[in-house]
Design a protein around this ligand. Structure first.
Ligand code: ZN
Ligand code: MN
Length: 448
């Protein structure tokens, strides 16, 4: 009997670490302004966030509440007892020589996000920490800006549950949508207030005498950094899957390392080889007492939370009889749903079907900042009227416009046909939402 594996396939095993900067007014452990983007370097600093010896951290209560809310929104269990720890490592962006983070007792544990195909992506933990200073390299010099040092940062870690880049992107979009709904972060990748690090490896699936064996988690893991858009994330993950498949099919094992995405070269490049796990020598932060949450406090935070995307989507479908597709577009941003629902309310008086409002909002790319929901409804009502636009009235108005705009008519007749646009505009003043083509045809007939 032949015991050689008949076929070997590789299945990607992907996990994700996401850092989200909170948009609190002040920093995590001092009263410096956390709004550092675009500010003059090193103007939002104090002894605490500069890491001066003896300076004492005072935790930002709002940031902790928001971290718990993120955990609740991600279906996590909230710890009744939690603490901060020191994560020690030496790097110039960290003046204290350690980052205040959370190690074994984070605020939130064991949650999940459900993808549209029903698959649940497990969330291992959600914890609170502080951001580091920002390093900029200019030739041989490195510049440090401490404005970002100590800005509240929430880290969200998943289980290695993703099988492809598509799932990762869907998860990221959902996560971004949730923190924006909660209004706790702008989660803007370009500004760096949402940062992500996927870790990717491949496991073997062997077929031996019709016995399918899915092997355990791989013995190595490749972390990819330097990804600042969803598109880069997708490309970096797909690149890694190809690269690692090649190595494995030559019977070798990929090196456990940190790689960076190089957009110019369209590939990942080795940055740092981890020979053993980092030893951060975590220990409890002695300057901050442990934090306790009662069930009642957690319930109060849950009560303050807005309706979240999944719930809103389900409600829109049910309440207004919308398609899933339409409801998905309308709930992408909370402002869009609010706008739609406001228009539905106004539309009720005019017996306008919510579906028609949804169509208009989605297809006409309404400028929500300049057209109020009531105006939108008015337009729909007027548009309905033009369905049976009175032909006699149209003739009458076009005659009137022609008579009153002889100069334009002469221009038109001498070959400047583009003035038709001006004339259409004049007629349109009487039929604001009428089909321009219908008016154009009526005008052209008369100008022949
Ligand atoms: Zn400060
Ligand atoms: Mn972190």
């Amino acid at each position: 009997m032949n015991n050689e594996p008949l076929t070997i396939n590789y299945e990607p095993v992907i996990g994700l670490e996401v850092h989200v900067e909170l948009k609190t007014k002040s920093k995590m452990f001092c009263s410096c302004s956390a709004d550092y983007f675009g500010q003059k370097p090193n103007t939002h600093t104090c002894p605490v966030c500069l890491g001066s010896p003896g300076a004492l951290p005072v935790p930002n209560g709002k940031a902790i509440d928001w971290c718990v809310m993120i955990g609740l929104a991600l279906n996590c269990k909230i710890a009744n007892f939690s603490k901060f720890d020191r994560k020690n490592y030496f790097y110039p962006d960290l003046p204290k020589g350690y980052q205040i983070s959370q190690y074994d007792q984070p605020f939130c544990l064991k949650g999940f996000i459900t993808l549209s195909n029903g698959k649940k992506i497990g969330i291992t933990r959600v914890h609170m920490e502080e951001d580091t200073a920002k390093l900029t390299h200019q030739g041989e010099n490195s510049l440090i800006d401490f404005n970002r040092s100590g800005v509240p940062l929430v880290e969200i870690v998943t289980e290695p549950d993703f099988e492809n880049a598509k799932e990762v992107i869907e998860y990221l979009k959902k996560l971004q949508q949730i923190v924006r709904y909660l209004d706790v972060s702008d989660a803007d990748m370009e500004k760096g207030n949402m940062r992500l690090e996927p870790n990717i490896s491949l496991r073997e699936i062997t077929m031996n005498n019709e016995l399918l064996t899915i092997n355990n988690l791989p013995k190595y893991k490749v972390e990819v950094k330097n990804i600042n858009s969803f598109r880069f994330a997708e490309k970096a993950i797909e690149y890694e899957i190809r690269r690692q498949t090649e190595i494995l099919s030559e019977n070798k094992t990929p090196v456990q390392e940190t790689r960076g995405w190089d957009e110019d070269k369209q590939k990942t490049v080795s940055q740092r080889i981890k020979e053993e796990a980092n030893d951060y020598r975590y220990f409890p932060e002695p300057d901050i007492p442990p934090i306790r949450f009662t069930q009642n406090q957690i319930r109060q935070l849950a009560d303050q939370m807005p309706e979240l995307p999944d719930a809103k989507l389900a409600r829109l479908i049910k309440e207004y009889n919308l398609s899933k597709y339409d409801a998905e577009i309308l709930t992408r941003e909370k402002e869009m749903t609010d706008y739609f629902e406001e228009a539905v309310k106004v539309g009720k008086t005019f017996k306008i079907n919510p579906k028609q409002i949804a169509n208009t909002v989605i297809n006409k790319k309404i400028d929500m900042n300049n057209i109020l929901p009531a105006e939108l409804v008015k337009n729909i009502v007027n548009f309905k009227k033009t369905d049976d636009i009175d032909e006699n009235k149209l003739q009458e108005i076009t005659d009137k416009v022609i008579k009153e705009n002889q100069k334009a008519i002469n221009d038109y007749k001498s070959g400047k046909v583009q003035v038709i646009g001006f004339l259409i505009g004049k007629v349109k003043q009487h039929f604001p939402t009428a089909d321009s083509n219908q008016i154009k045809t009526a005008l052209e007939k008369k100008l022949k």
